[in-house]
Design a protein around this ligand. Structure first.
Ligand code: UD1
Length: 368
């Protein structure tokens, strides 16, 4: 009865699920893994399983890409029989991708408790598909694990009982701690000619890459920055497709363009970067943990602790702000930041201990 069915579907889930699976096993619980196949390219997933030592999934649902409705529905359809055959004590989901809400919804409707890791984060921007996934997943979760204490205010505001929520820290930072010593040195990924320092760019949010004007203006600003120091740009498949469709390949000419990288390569590039420009959620947190300045190419963030305590600055899509922020960093400025509470490499252990106690309590109530 102590099986926890754990779900991962897309790249940012893998570094969160890896430490959770490890900690569940250490706590004597059985974690079984479902990979929905939301991400399926080898560069978006096989290498993460290898780099992070994640065991092969017990179930692979092969959903692939589609519209949000179709992708979410496919995950739900394919997850339900797995849930039925596994009959777990709970379903554990991480983050905010479509696979997260899809599996949480199936479990909740079948009366299986839902555990949400990385709960309570809010950008307050419903145009962002992940925000809808976050709000809905939290509403139907029985146990909610928070990366930052302020997230509890968001949950309270939405009527979620505080006793369901536990502030445990950040499991993605557990992965970072565990793997930093194995990070591939930047010089190995980039070659010695770039040893004087680089900036790192990632871009994949629909709001940045699906609009030709926004994407062109961001890439123009980055091309300028690339004249001051080398800019390394590992390109997400969605972004590559848009750049080609809009005929913007010319703007990449001065950049060091790479395919999507493995976890250990990315860690090495982030750690050695003079600064990072990104619209990713996770990278805002990883740069805070590494003490590397981060310029976030979004108007808002669901991870405000990276602004108040970490190294993150929101520059949005205002390229004047971006250029100014870069000039400040290169001039010796930039936000130093400190490490948020519980981002200490032990979040997954805290989670496993709480789940174990919660299962014991549930069992006690059942027999009473
Ligand atoms: C998804 C998550 C996002 C996360 C991101 C990290 C949702 C709503 N979005 O966005 O929160 O930050 O993953 O990467 O769940 N594609 C491939 N190969 C793959 C996967 C995708 O080529 O392995 C291409 C396809 O053209 C696909 C597009 O990327 O249509 C978008 O993929 P999708 O999974 O829908 O969303 P992401 O943009 O990756």
């Amino acid at each position: 009865m102590s099986t926890i069915l754990c779900v991962a579907g897309a790249r940012p889930n893998f570094m969160k699920i890896a430490p959770v699976l490890g900690a569940l096993a250490e706590a004597g619980l059985t974690g079984r893994l479902v990979h929905t196949g939301q991400h399926y390219d080898p560069a978006m997933n096989d290498c993460f399983f290898r780099d992070l030592g994640i065991p092969a999934p017990d179930h692979y649902l092969e959903v692939g890409s589609a519209s949000h409705a179709v992708q979410t529905a496919e995950v739900m359809k394919r997850f339900e029989p797995v849930l039925e055959s596994e009959a777990p004590a709970a379903v554990l989901v991480v983050g905010d991708v479509n696979s997260t809400i899809a599996c949480a919804l199936v479990a909740a409707k079948r009366g299986v408790p839902v555990i949400h890791v990385e709960a309570g984060l809010r950008s307050f921007d419903r145009a962002m598909p992940e925000e809808i996934n976050r709000v809905l997943t939290d509403q139907i979760s029985d146990l909610l694990f928070l990366t930052e204490a302020e997230a509890l205010d968001n949950l309270r505001r939405e009527g979620i009982p505080a006793e369901r929520a536990h502030f445990v820290g950040n499991v993605m930072i557990d992965s970072l701690h565990r793997n930093l010593a194995r990070a591939v040195p930047a010089a190995q990924t980039l070659g010695e000619e770039m040893a004087d320092g680089h900036a790192l760019l990632t871009l994949h949010r629909p709001s940045n890459v699906d609009d030709a004007g926004t994407l062109a203006s961001l890439l123009e600003a980055v091309a300028d920055i690339g004249r001051q120091l080398p800019v390394v740009f590992p390109i997400h498949p969605r972004t590559r497709a848009r750049i080609e469709a809009y005929g913007l390949q010319g703007l990449l000419a001065g950049l060091k363009v790479l395919p999507p990288l493995g976890y250990l390569e990315m860690l090495g590039l982030m750690r050695a970067a003079k600064f990072v420009m990104t619209d990713s959620g996770g990278i805002q947190e990883e740069t805070t943990a590494l003490g590397v300045p981060c310029l976030t190419l979004r108007e808002n963030t669901e991870r405000p602790i990276t602004l108040t305590q970490g190294t993150n600055v929101l520059v949005g899509t205002d390229t004047t702000k971006l250029r100014q922020a870069v000039a400040e960093i290169l001039g010796g400025g930039g936000c130093a930041g400190r490490i948020p509470q519980y981002w200490d490499g032990r979040a997954a252990q805290r989670i496993a201990a709480i789940i174990r106690a919660w299962l014991a309590e549930t069992e006690r109530r059942r027999v009473a």
